[in-house]
Design a protein around this ligand. Structure first.
Ligand SMILES: *Cc1c(COP(=O)(O)O)cnc(C)c1O
Length: 461
């Protein structure tokens, strides 16, 4: 099983190397050379399995010989044992043909735990075997950072450095990043927005001297292993609603295009997904791109769904690679154009192919609040603002095929916005009690590559 870069110039790698490398050295993202297929029989056979058993069957072909069967099985078991729900990703019904996939029962209450808990175990196993140490640097709009810290805190073989936009994450999100007291955890508040954090992260990866000196590794959703972990719940939820005999559609609250790209991979593997509906908040670059064919960045406007406040959706490059017939040069050209002009035009052929798979919609701040209130009134379910964006858009795309909307965070992560909207103040689960009393540890840093690199060298010395 080999992985190739979307820009066509970096060497092909196996699963373990791809995971430890993160961003390809030509600036591209790694994707599987060919996507393994699940036959109808294999999909049907997932019915009734535990989440972990299903996860093993779905992910195993992508891992190749990087991990043995029993080692990989144990890794999956350890990854999900800290989840608070037996089903890991339970489905609840919202309406006649509309279901909510609750992805927020992991240790940091967001879907990021599905991938990060697995990646933590995979990194630990691989690094222990190699006798190596790495510096994991992640940029976060809020939830990736806490999920990464939770997965890597206290591990011997890693330092974990998280960049978050100063003043732009919720208090619960910030405290989850700043209160762990393990010495291998470093939370940096960067003066800028999420796109600045992500841009500096990419700059560090492209500074090869620095990258090699600190043995930089990435766990942002550019890391293939994260995408892979997220493929699993598309299968488990679809199968519980009758796949492969009955198709389903999904609506996904989208920022960096990582989660919905996992749905795209599930579809490529053979899962009968009729439509993937891409939902955005007021930071709607992907909505506009699918509507108009022009991918054009604007300034980020902070919203009540901060984990989707993104204008450069890294993983979109992965789907562009496919709809441009896997021509690395064409993708590299588009990305150069984006860097110089802040925009590029998607060719008509590529756009037609995208529209054959993805539909799209967006929700304003008022619509998001109204949806939280309306769903609470009609079903008793309290949605987080990100999930509410998706539910609003899903309701505009309901049809004959069951719709599964992804609920990506627990409402207690965003108590102010949720209370404003529906009058209910969601409570943190018991394992997070005490979050507001703990001492915070955080370093403010300017939006400057040199300063950041110096700080990281000092911290890990
Ligand atoms: C990260 C995140 C998203 C967006 O997911 P992408 O993979 O970046 O598209 C949506 N909702 C929540 C709660 C998140 O943490």
């Amino acid at each position: 099983m080999q992985y190739v870069s979307t820009r066509g110039q970096a060497p092909a790698l196996n699963f373990e190397e791809t995971m430890l490398t993160g961003l390809a050295r030509d600036g591209g993202l790694y994707v599987p050379e060919t996507v393994p297929q699940m036959s109808r029989e294999n999909i049907a056979a997932l019915a009734g399995l535990s989440f972990e058993e299903a996860a093993f069957r779905i992910m195993r072909p992508f891992v190749g010989d990087s991990f043995g069967d029993s080692e990989f099985g144990d890794i999956i078991t350890r990854a999900y044992q800290g989840f608070a729900h037996e089903a890991r990703a339970p489905l609840v019904q919202l309406g006649a043909n509309h279901f909510l996939l609750e992805l927020f029962h992991g240790p940091t209450l967001a879907f990021k735990d599905f991938a990060m808990q697995l990646i933590g175990q995979l990194f630990q196993a691989a690094l222990a075997r190699r006798g190596e140490r790495v510096t994991i640097v992640g940029a976060t709009s809020g939830d990736t950072g806490s999920a990464a810290i939770e997965a890597f805190r206290g591990l011997d073989a890693v330092d974990v450095v998280i960049l978050f936009p100063h003043g732009r994450v919720s208090e619960v999100q910030r405290r989850q990043m700043t209160t762990p007291d393990e010495s291998n955890v470093h939370a940096f508040a960067l003066h800028g927005d999420f796109d600045d954090c992500q841009a500096r992260l990419k700059d560090m990866f492209n500074d090869f001297a620095f990258r090699d000196a600190v043995r930089l590794a990435g766990v942002n959703s550019i890391n293939w292993a994260r995408v892979l972990a997220q493929v699993v719940y598309y299968f488990t939820s679809a199968v519980s609603l009758g796949a492969p005999h009955r198709p389903v559609s999904f609506t996904v609250p989208t920022g960096n295009f990582g989660d919905i790209f996992a749905g795209y991979i599930a579809r490529k593997m053979g899962l009968p997904i009729e439509k993937l509906v891409l939902a955005t908040n007021q930071n709607d670059i992907l909505y506009r791109a699918l509507q108009s064919g022009e991918y054009a960045t604007r300034r980020v406007r902070p919203s009540i769904s901060p984990s989707m406040d993104i204008q450069v959706s890294s993983n979109f490059e992965r789907v562009l690679f496919d709809v441009y017939d896997r021509e690395g040069n064409a993708v590299a050209q588009l990305m150069d154009e984006l860097k110089t002009n802040g925009r590029f035009a998607i060719s008509q052929g590529a756009l037609d192919r995208l529209r054959g798979i993805f539909e799209t919609g967006r929700a304003s701040e008022d619509e998001t609040r109204a949806t939280i209130a309306d769903i609470y009134r009609r079903t008793g379910e309290v949605l987080c603002p990100h999930s509410a964006v998706a539910v609003k858009v899903a309701q505009e795309h309901l049809g004959a095929v069951p719709m599964i909307t992804l609920a990506t965070a627990h409402p207690a992560k965003f108590p102010d916005a949720v209370r404003d909207a529906c009058g209910q103040a969601p409570e943190l689960p018991p394992h997070m009690a005490g979050l507001f009393e703990k001492r915070e540890r955080v370093t403010e840093v300017d939006n400057d590559l040199g300063a950041l690199e110096a700080l990281i060298r000092e911290r890990i010395a």
